[in-house]
Ligand binder design. Structure first.
Ligand code: OGA
Ligand code: ZN
Ligand code: ZN
Length: 385
């Protein structure tokens, strides 16, 4: 069987045979065996030629730049040849397109709608969530268990792992199953313990209201790990809410407040004796399709609001409403983390909190670290190859 190169390390299964290729002035209209018609403009096809002169076979990255090809180039022949779309260009170049690749990248309305519908959707949750729990040994050894955990992280945004060794540093081993750790001024791994010289409210015994970590950075870490080594103190339960579920509820219940949190930037600040991080950004960020993509929130890291005079009352109303929702029982999942268990959650979606604890009643020691969301998504795609 003939195999045409594709500019990727993935393979694209053939979903449907190519039935016919019709050569038009500026495009080739492909008809598939299931009747779908996909137009491909000459420029688009020439731009995506996968031949060894256009794509370096080692990196599978393009070396051709379409601006180096005549803007008015035209195909002089288009045919189906042994299942592939075969095109001859004026000027002599020839291209062959794999039908699986072509179908996966077709941009007729139906194909694009199909791709949008296949986009992974966040599964929104409330206090009734049946928590996705995974086993340390399985995730460390079995690629399929690893993939199931990562998909839960991507789609639910909150997971727990049990059976983790209670040695300091053990969480780095599991984090490395995904990728490298994102270091911050709190270290590669940070120790969450009540300390006299705390450089964050996190390192006290105070309650911490629902928040995301490092909202003070241009890019908030995508994943956060919290590993329990010791938890003998009274109090200190973990609390989580699905920030996307709250934002979407706000969007229907109070669209004016929702819009204010999407549009009015708020400054977050994290300062100590050696560093001073500041970030001005709205609390809710939307993606290119208008879906809620990120929540940025930590009351204890917030600077004074700086908004136009006429917007200040609205900003306070919206902010209070959002925080009030994070306190509603319907959204809150409350669980105590035991030694040998760890939380791993989407820090840009799932807000986390802890109740105050009494350090006189026993020791409490968690370790944490961060990984960016890109690493999670890349690991998932590679495991799925
Ligand atoms: C933190 C934090 C939670 C806890 O360190 O940012 O949220 O349970 N800690 O101590
Ligand atoms: Zn080529
Ligand atoms: Zn935190």
């Amino acid at each position: 069987m003939q195999t045409a190169a594709v500019a990727d390390f993935r393979t694209y299964p053939k979903i449907c045979d190519l039935a016919e290729a019709q050569l038009l002035d500026d495009q080739i209209r492909v008809r598939w065996a299931d009747g779908r018609v996909s137009p491909f403009h000459h420029q688009w096809l020439r731009d995506n030629c996968p031949c060894a002169a256009c794509v370096y076979s080692v990196t599978r990255e393009q070396v051709l730049e379409i601006v180096d090809v005549d803007e008015h180039l035209s195909a002089i022949d288009a045919r189906i040849d042994q299942g592939f779309l075969s095109v001859a260009w004026s000027g002599g170049h020839r291209s062959q397109y794999d039908p699986g690749w072509l179908r996966a990248h077709a941009y007729d309305d139906e194909s694009r709608a199909e791709r949008r519908a296949a986009k992974p959707q966040s599964r929104l949750w409330d206090h009734t969530l049946s928590l996705p729990v995974f086993d340390y040994a399985a995730v460390m050894e079995a690629p399929d268990a690893l993939l199931q955990w990562l998909l839960a992280l991507r789609d639910t945004g909150l997971t727990q792992i049990r059976g983790v060794p209670t040695e300091p540093g053990a969480l780095a081993l599991i984090a490395h199953r995904i990728s490298f750790i994102r270091e911050s001024n709190f270290g590669v791994l940070f120790n969450v313990q009540s300390k006299a010289d705390a450089d964050s409210n996190a390192y006290t015994a105070f309650n911490l209201p629902l928040h995301s970590d490092l909202p003070t950075r241009e890019l908030q870490p995508g994943l956060q790990f919290l590993h329990c080594l010791m938890n003998d103190a009274n109090g200190g339960e973990s609390i989580f809410v699905d920030g996307f579920a709250i934002a979407n509820t706000l969007r229907t219940e109070d669209p004016e407040a929702f819009d204010a949190l999407c549009e009015i930037p708020v400054e977050f600040r994290n300062k100590d004796r050696h560093s001073d991080y500041r970030r001005l950004a709205p609390i809710i960020a939307l993606d290119a399709l208008g879906d809620v993509a990120e929540i940025r929130m930590a009351n204890f890291l917030r600077g004074p609001f700086d908004a136009p005079v006429e917007q200040m009352p609205l900003l306070y109303r919206a902010y209070r409403r959002f925080i009030a929702m994070t306190r509603e029982a319907r959204f809150r999942l409350v669980r105590r983390l035991n030694p040998g268990e760890l939380w791993c959650f989407d820090n840009r979606r799932t807000l986390h909190a802890r109740n105050a604890f009494d350090p006189a009643s026993g020791a409490r020691h968690f370790q944490g670290c961060y990984i960016d969301r890109d690493e999670l998504l890349s690991r998932i795609l590679v495991l799925q190859r």
